[in-house]
Design a protein around this ligand. Structure first.
Ligand code: NAD
Length: 322
């Protein structure tokens, strides 16, 4: 009997690389498809140890997604994901959320495979309901700068739901909340890489606004466990996967500074337009339907991510810029 086979778009990115690794450990054959616009072959170089069970193909999934041989699972994770990236790549972000999603859905449909969309808590925009349950429709500015990401993902959700409803494709929508861990880029502009690299370099730590806005951060291994359980379930979603432990950005900066034993000063910079004020997942559905909840503690996860950034060669010029 052949191994089950998964296609992971965006497989050379931060989350995708951890997902490929886990699927390989679970016995899958994995084909990662990536155009390296924000990811890198280096993120999956260590997976060559799995031999012919792992393959990496360079391709832009917004153009086409043609895969030879049987496929059991299509996981559509390709998309610029950090604000710096999607603001620099606005059209590419909208294309991978629209054309890229159709191409991934069509592959799943042709192969009779299960399809998973990596959607996001950004689907809720700047939420007026707190914490955010899956049945909340969100509060998104469709013409603001962040819309290229938020609305692309909302469109991708609608496309996924329509393939399920009208074509009978086996689909599931996953809404990921802010995730951190090894293989994030130090200069990707997200809060944790920025705070950690600044604290480690001893340069000022840049907190947006007054730092009272909140996020709930999940360590990547917890996320991947939730993803794998959701993929194996028959659920259509959307399902939130995130850690309900909520912190303010100022508290996060101070905690990272403490964990780095750093003396960096904290400075306040303007908040980006439409930056959500609060964010915390309601994970009732994941707890009940998947028996899943995060197990990595807040400080434990941060320590692991900081250790990763500490292991990288310092890049002071980049640190200054974030
Ligand atoms: P990432 O930028 O590290 O990974 C995205 C990957 O997709 C990169 O390797 C990039 O090169 C690839 N990609 C982008 N456009 C492509 C295209 N047209 N064709 C082929 N490959 C393409 O980001 P990430 O944090 O790993 O995010 C992965 C997915 O999870 C994204 O879909 C993102 O929206 C979603 N997500 C992530 C988070 C998070 O906190 N990391 C939160 C919510 C949702």
């Amino acid at each position: 009997m052949r191994n089950r086979r998964a296609v992971v778009t965006g497989g050379a990115g931060f989350v995708g690389s951890h997902l490929c690794e886990r699927l390989l450990h679970d016995g899958y054959e994995v084909l990662a498809v990536d155009n390296f616009v924000t990811g890198s072959p280096a993120n999956v170089a260590h997976l060559s140890g799995f031999g012919s069970r792992f393959d990496l193909v360079e391709a832009d999934v917004s153009e086409e997604l043609v895969v030879a041989g049987p496929v059991d699972l299509v996981m559509h994770f390709a998309s610029p994901a950090s604000p710096i990236d999607y603001l620099q790549l606005p059209v590419e972000t909208m294309k991978v959320g629209s054309a890229g999603t159709f191409n991934a859905l069509d592959l799943a449909r042709r192969e009779g495979a299960r399809f998973m969309l990596a959607s996001t808590s950004e689907s809720y925009g700047d939420p007026l309901v707190h914490p955010q349950p899956e049945h909340y429709w969100g509060n998104v500015n469709p013409v603001g700068p962040r819309a290229v990401y938020d609305e692309a993902k909302r469109f991708a959700e609608a496309a996924t739901a329509s393939y399920r409803r009208s074509l009978g494709t086996d689909t599931v929508i996953l809404r990921i909340f802010n995730t951190h861990g090894p293989r994030m880029r130090p200069n990707d502009g997200r809060a944790i890489p920025a705070f950690a690299t600044q604290a480690l370099a001893g340069v000022p730590m840049t907190v947006a606004g007054d730092g009272s806005q909140t996020r709930s951060i999940i360590f990547v291994t917890d996320l991947v466990e939730g993803i794998v359980r959701l993929a194996a379930s028959g659920l259509p979603g959307p399902v939130n996967i995130g850690n309900p432990y909520e912190v303010s950005m100022l508290e996060l900066a101070e905690r990272i500074r403490d964990l780095c034993a750093s003396r960096s000063e904290i400075v306040f910079v303007p908040r980006p337009q439409d930056d959500p004020s609060v964010r915390r997942p309601d994970i009732t559905v994941a707890r009940r339907e998947l028996g899943w909840e995060p197990v990595v503690g807040y400080e434990d996860g941060l320590r692991q991510t900081i250790a990763y950034f500490a292991s990288l060669a310092p890049a002071p010029a980049e640190v200054e810029r974030v």
